[in-house]
Write a protein that binds this ligand. Structure first.
Ligand code: PMP
Length: 387
């Protein structure tokens, strides 16, 4: 068992294996039921086993999921994406977030003929060597970008990194918000987003927005669209297929040629069932009411956490967009308190994570949120008694 889904990283009592999911609820193999506040680490946007998404996927699968070429649903999905995401003129598809961010890096290097990719300290863009932390076992030093990382939202550090990259700057990669593990989530400062766009424009570099985690949970037109800042490339996965394996790299017209030159392919990348699932998911995600009701539910959850913590005499910081909330305890640098609280939530049938942000889906109704808040209140009580 490897990576983020290894339960060894969670407090004792969390299940490793699951039996099924339905809407906002999941069941482990021992039959225990949890409200899923992690949404499979992001992919579940409409709820587990959404009937429309599953019908679309199984209809496509029944016709042959993996054929010698794509089904026309590829064109339908590409058109829907380019119609939805403001900066996008074209799309190429793959499976995972790592594929999409890796393709973005390849397209940026192919276009510019340069090598350096700037990314933020602590940011996660997948498991490819270009974004690895130096010293990661199995990764050669020469595979890791040699330019020091910038600090998210810190214009000076971004400018320093750009200076260090010099004439070899190919791209700045940035996430729509700061969403590193083990810290409060932080909105992007508009002036930081603006500066990253200006620097890329001035230096002929490519601005890559990694939408893998935020995509479809903040603004389906693109998470920086409300700021009026458009990237050149954006990488999407997770929520795109409501749990079906699909990723997309979207780009502007000027990068279309470069995108046709990079090495991009995979045995399962053009399977039709995940694309049909993505069409169904995106069709729903484009409807304004989806984010409105998810945001209302998420805001009620965030406010409920704040109120409960203060009623228990605990100081917490609740952060993140309403659809991607997170909470830390004051002074809990090692996340010991968070682990006690999360374990108590799990015991009471709410599955969330002590160090990674959570996700809401459309299935998180007001009734589900109030069920979650009943459990979190008891968990705060446990923490208050423990600390
Ligand atoms: N980028 C971001 C911002 C992510 O959160 C993740 C996954 N957590 C990835 C890229 C990599 O996606 P995947 O795990 O599907 O390869």
């Amino acid at each position: 068992m490897f990576g983020h889904k290894n339960v060894a990283r969670l407090p004792r009592g969390y299940p490793q294996f699951f039996d099924r999911g339905q809407g906002a609820v999941i069941w482990d193999v021992d039959g225990r039921e949890y409200v899923d506040m992690l949404c499979s680490w992001g992919p579940i946007l409409l709820g587990h086993v959404d009937p429309e998404v599953e019908a679309a996927a199984s209809t496509a699968a029944a016709r042959g999921d993996c054929l010698n070429g794509p089904s026309p649903v590829l064109v339908e999905l590409a058109e829907l994406l380019t119609d939805t995401v403001a900066h996008a003129d074209w799309a190429i598809f793959s499976k995972n977030g790592t594929d999409a961010t890796g393709l973005a890096v390849a397209v940026a290097r192919a276009e510019t003929g340069r090598g350096q990719i700037l990314m933020a300290h602590g940011a996660y863009h997948g498991i490819a060597p270009w974004s690895a932390v130096p010293g990661t076992p199995g990764v050669l030093d020469q595979e890791v970008s040699s330019t020091p990382r910038y600090d998210y939202n810190d214009i000076e550090s971004l400018e320093r990194a750009v200076d260090r990259a010099g004439t070899d700057l190919a791209a700045i990669v940035v996430t729509p918000i700061r969403h590193e593990v083990r810290r409060d989530l932080e909105d992007v400062k508009p002036e930081f987003a603006t500066r990253s766009r200006e620097l890329c424009d001035r230096l002929g570099a490519v601005l890559i927005l990694d939408e893998v985690r935020c995509g479809l949970r903040t603004d389906p037109r693109g998470s920086w669209e409300p700021l009026g800042i458009r990237p050149d490339l954006s990488a999407w996965s997770k929520a795109l297929g409501n749990g079906h394996p699909i990723a997309a790299l979207l780009g502007i017209r000027a990068l279309e040629h470069a995108a046709t030159t990079v090495s991009a392919t995979g045995s399962f990348w053009l399977n039709s069932a995940p694309m049909a699932a993505a069409v169904a998911t995106l069709t729903r995600a484009r409807q304004a009411d989806l984010l409105t009701s998810m945001t209302a539910a998420g805001s009620a959850f965030q406010q409920g956490l704040r109120d409960q913590a203060s009623a228990h005499g605990l100081v917490v910081s609740v952060s993140g967009p309403a659809t991607m909330p997170f909470m830390t305890f004051d002074g809990d640098d090692d996340f010991d308190v968070a682990r006690v609280w999360a374990a108590a939530c799990a015991e009471r049938g709410v599955y969330l994570h002590p160090t990674h942000n959570w996700f809401l889906s459309a299935a998180h109704s007001p009734a589900i949120i109030s069920r979650v808040l009943d459990a979190t209140d008891l968990a705060f009580g446990r923490v208050a008694a423990w600390s």
